[in-house]
Design a protein around this ligand. Structure first.
Ligand code: ADP
Ligand code: MG
Length: 875
């Protein structure tokens, strides 16, 4: 009997280098692909051989940098834009080039998984977790997903690179609780995140970075320095990069040379530069260099560039403080990632700024992280390794029977630390005409047998399957149709391992979050402004409804969506010509776990699908725009407290300098990017909106979660490991609720933040108790949680329904929404046993919608005024 097993792999699709890894069949170790010369990474570089037209990806393509035709490099910087690249005379999109790289990564790991094959099991690669920088915009994420799909990989998740790095660290060290600052400096991007792992679940508390800052910039700066040295030796090296293609190639070669000098100086303090790598000057003379580069010289060049990374670290930390009250002093480890962190200078800068001083050294005078050293381990591959950990946890295992008529998708990993395990998943008929509705599944081990009905949708679950300690066992799964006829047989391993089974698998939820706020441009009383549509750090999927009144006199209304300062989408809404001015336009905006935005809505009672278009490339800003921005910033910054003003001003100066440098160099893409950076800083000083963060709905949700968890934990009673005083905690939650309400009504952000921190603390504590209890072999807990969440949503639904019926101002749209939520909740009820995790999440979302509806209905009259936001009209 042969069966086909597909295990999701983890891919780090890097700007400079990519890597791919997969968890082994027993889920106890990770296999990372190693190429020639034991290289664990592959240059993200694509070249087309003009001789035979063949595409070459990786090291061999990289060797062609600096010769004609040039290979394509750093294509990740163009992801999500409309720009194309030229590959041997042909125009290709960034998505196409990235797909080539991903295809190569798939091919590589296929070689490794083939090693797992046994006579009756064939391993295939068709699913992946692909990582993206946390700071990627929505179009960039979307482009990455498309590239993976066209490479023949189903994307089971898009994971933020810093979260991947933290997941790997936690997995390797068996850490279940900790707060991390992940500092990832690659070739082209800098990414920093504050990530908290609590009870083996990850939450991102702060994110910042720059998609155009990395080791490449050091290479460019060092290449300039070398160019000056060469010119001083009277070689003709006065390069015209704007107009002369040969000069551009010369500079490319000089940069390659600079990169090898830079790398060489990472493990030596001096580097003898004797060979110029076949570089010729403008007179065609072969350049001879004979000089010694010292590490100190490189550091002098690199320091100002590296300095800029710390502003983003501060930003991420500020965000974490605002979100969860986490400061640098709460950070347990600083995890380094990315090839550029091989530079000793960067490690030194990180240590001296963030780490606690060695015993006996002077007090640094500012709060420090708890560690004395940053974690510097596998920095080149840590992201791919983390992606593999996550792939195993969320991608599970897909098994096809020999005839390939039935697919069984198992959830979770095969390794467990407990002596009873849960096996669940879904069964899907692949053959035409084969119907498994009403069928069943039988599970057998050597000493145990059980049978379960298939849920509608094919779900099944077996709980408390005994596993022999410290051994690998086999499970046989037989699938029967409704008539009781055997339709498929598959087998899978289950491994008992006390250490590996207890490792955090990477987050089970909350990995998908929105890094930067999504804004909608609206015109209110003639003034154009951007309102927050989806706030930053919001877990995905996210759904919300907005209403506007029709401005009149136009056949279509345009809404512009921004992510921070960057216009990402234009939504076009067709309006029937007879629509009277002031008609309410409802807009349902949804962002799925892959950051895909869809917009639906209705005008009066007519539903419509909005057309969402990628906006044209941002144009180079003119002098006037730059001037306006600076003036706006200067006016806004005046209102800030002195300390904050100094920080923002310094950030603006750095961005402005980078902008000026990019413009002088004629690098248009970078110029636009730096201008957007300046805009983001200017927006961040903005005018205070008067609204407290996080929004009220979040506060209410958090209170509710705490109350529910508290009740739930109390049900353990005497069984609980830790004594739990339900009444005391309930009172404490009540006190916070009151304080929060008071802070909200008086607009006191400081006390409000304290309340949120305190509630978050209760929540974490209670969840840890619940989690520990579940670990003691009570896998039904998740279902109970989901049921309780669903129950409270149902109760709220009942209230809102009554309210809507009683209200005189409720519209048909409101009634429709109530009924729609009712249907969804009923649907979730049916899913309860099969996918409690999803039920828990979605019931929470539905409840959020109900909370909103409830507040709309109770302030119906104010809300009518509120609906006077008029979108920017396309007239
Ligand atoms: P990306 O995430 O952008 O794909 P990587 O994490 O692979 O990038 O990092 C690539 C960068 O790391 C390049 O700029 C490269 O020059 C730099 N790098 C690699 N090894 C070293 C080293 N030993 N010393 C200094 N820089 C290095
Ligand atoms: Mg990287």
């Amino acid at each position: 009997m042969t069966q086909y097993v597909s295990k999701a792999v983890g891919i780090d699709l890097g700007t400079t280098n990519s890597a791919v890894a997969v968890m082994d069949p027993s889920d106890t170790g990770i296999v990372i692909h190693q190429g020639g010369m034991n290289a664990r990474t592959t240059p993200s570089c694509v070249w087309r051989n003009p001789g035979n037209g063949e595409l070459v990806v990786g090291r061999k393509a990289f060797a062609r940098v600096g010769s004609e035709p040039e290979p394509v490099t750093s294509v990740k910087r163009l992801m999500g834009s409309r720009r194309t690249v030229t590959l041997a005379g042909e125009e290709r999109t960034p998505v196409e080039i990235s797909a080539e790289i991903l295809r190569e990564m798939k091919r590589q790991i296929e070689q490794d998984v083939a090693e797992f094959d046994t006579p009756d099991v064939r391993w295939v690669v068709d699913r992946a977790v692909v990582t993206v920088p946390a700071y990627f915009d929505q179009p960039q994420i979307d482009a990455t997903r498309k590239a993976a799909e066209s490479a023949g990989l189903r994307v089971v998740d898009l994971l933020h690179e810093p979260t991947a790095a933290a997941s790997y660290y936690c997995w390797r060290t068996g850490t279940r609780d900790g707060t991390f600052l992940v500092y990832d400096l690659g070739g082209g991007t800098f990414d920093v995140s504050v990530v908290r792992c609590k009870a083996a679940d990850f939450r991102v508390l702060g994110i910042s970075g720059n998609t155009m800052l990395g080791g490449d910039d050091i290479d460019t700066a060092l290449a300039r320095h070398l160019q000056r040295l060469i010119q001083e030796d009277d070689w003709a090296m006065d390069l015209d990069l704007e107009n002369d293609a040969e000069d551009r190639l010369r500079f490319r070669r000089l940069r390659s040379l600079a990169e090898s000098v830079k790398k060489g100086l990472s493990d030596r303090t001096e580097f003898m530069l004797r060979d110029s790598g076949g570089l010729t000057d403008k007179d065609g003379q072969r350049i001879v260099i004979d000089t010694v580069m010292e590490r100190a010289q490189l550091e002098q060049i690199a320091r100002p560039l590296l300095e800029r990374t710390f502003q983003y670290c501060d930003e991420a930390l500020d965000q974490a403080t605002e979100e969860a009250g986490v400061t640098l002093a709460d950070v347990d480890q600083i995890i380094l990632a990315g090839g550029s962190t091989h530079l000793p200078l960067i490690r030194e800068m990180v240590r001296s700024r963030f780490c606690s001083p060695a015993p006996g050294s002077p007090d640094p005078g500012s709060p420090r992280a708890k560690c004395a050293e940053p974690v510097y381990e596998q920095v080149d591959t840590v992201v791919a390794l983390g992606a593999a950990v996550r792939a195993s946890a969320v991608g599970g295992l897909d098994i096809l029977n020999e005839e390939r008529t039935v697919r069984v998708s198992f959830r979770g990993t095969v390794v467990t630390a407990s002596d009873r395990t849960v096996v669940g998943g879904t069964v899907e008929a692949l053959a035409p005409g084969l119907d498994l509705t009403g069928g069943s599944v039988r599970l057998r081990t050597e000493e145990y047998e059980d049978e379960a009905r298939l849920e509608p949708g094919g779900g099944f679950a077996f709980r408390r399957i005994p596993v022999r300690p410290d051994a690998q066992g086999m499970l046989t799964i037989e699938v029967f149709d409704a008539e009781g006829e055997l339709r498929a047989t598959v087998g899978r391993a289950v491994v008992h391992d006390r250490v590996a089974g207890d490792r955090p698998e990477g987050t089970t939820r909350g990995a998908a979050i929105n890094a930067k706020p999504i804004l909608l441009e609206v015109t209110r009383e003639g003034r154009t402004q951007r309102d927050v549509l989806i706030p930053a750090l919001r877990p995905l999927p996210f759904k919300d409804r907005y209403d506007f009144s029709h401005p009149g006199d136009t056949a279509s209304v345009e809404f512009r969506l921004y992510q921070q300062a960057r216009q990402i989408q234009v939504i076009k809404v067709p309006v029937p010509p007879s629509t009277p001015r002031g008609t309410v336009i409802d807009l349902d905006v949804e962002m799925d776990v892959h950051s895909l935005i869809t917009v639906r809505g209705s005008i009066g009672d007519h539903p419509f699908e909005a057309v969402v278009e990628v906006p044209p490339e941002a144009e180079l800003p003119g002098e006037e725009q730059v001037g306006d921005l600076k003036r706006g910033f200067e006016q806004g910054v005046e209102f800030l407290p002195a300390g904050e003003r100094a920080v923002k001003t310094a950030r603006m100066e750095m961005a402005q300098a980078a902008f000026a440098a990019a413009r002088a160099r004629g690098d248009n893409a970078l110029t636009v990017h730096e201008f957007e950076e300046m805009q983001a800083i200017a927006d961040s000083v903005g005018k205070p909106t008067g609204e407290l963060r996080p929004p009220r709905a979040d506060f209410e949700e958090l209170v509710k979660d705490c109350v529910e968890l508290n009740q739930y934990v109390a049900t353990f009673g005497a069984e609980a490991e830790t004594p739990h005083d339900e009444r005391e905690i309930a009172q404490a939650i009540e006190v916070q609720r009151d304080q929060g309400e008071r802070a909200l009504s008086s607009g006191d952000q400081r006390s409000y933040s304290e309340v949120i921190t305190q509630l978050q603390h209760f929540f974490d504590h209670l969840r840890a108790l619940a989690y520990r209890h579940q670990q003691k072999g009570q896998p039904v807990a998740e279902t109970e949680m989901a049921a309780s969440r669903l129950q409270s949503a149902m109760e709220l639904l009942q209230q809102v329904r009554t309210q809507a019926q009683a209200s005189t101002t409720s519209t048909a749209g409101h009634h429709k929404e109530v009924e729609e939520i009712g249907q969804r909740l009923a649907g979730l009820q049916a899913l309860l046993a099969q996918d409690p995790h999803r039920v828990q999440q979605e019931a929470g979302q539905e409840r959020q919608r109900l909370i909103r509806l409830k507040s709309i209905l109770s302030n119906a009259s104010d809300e009518r005024d509120g609906a006077s936001d008029i979108p920017v009209a396309n007239s």
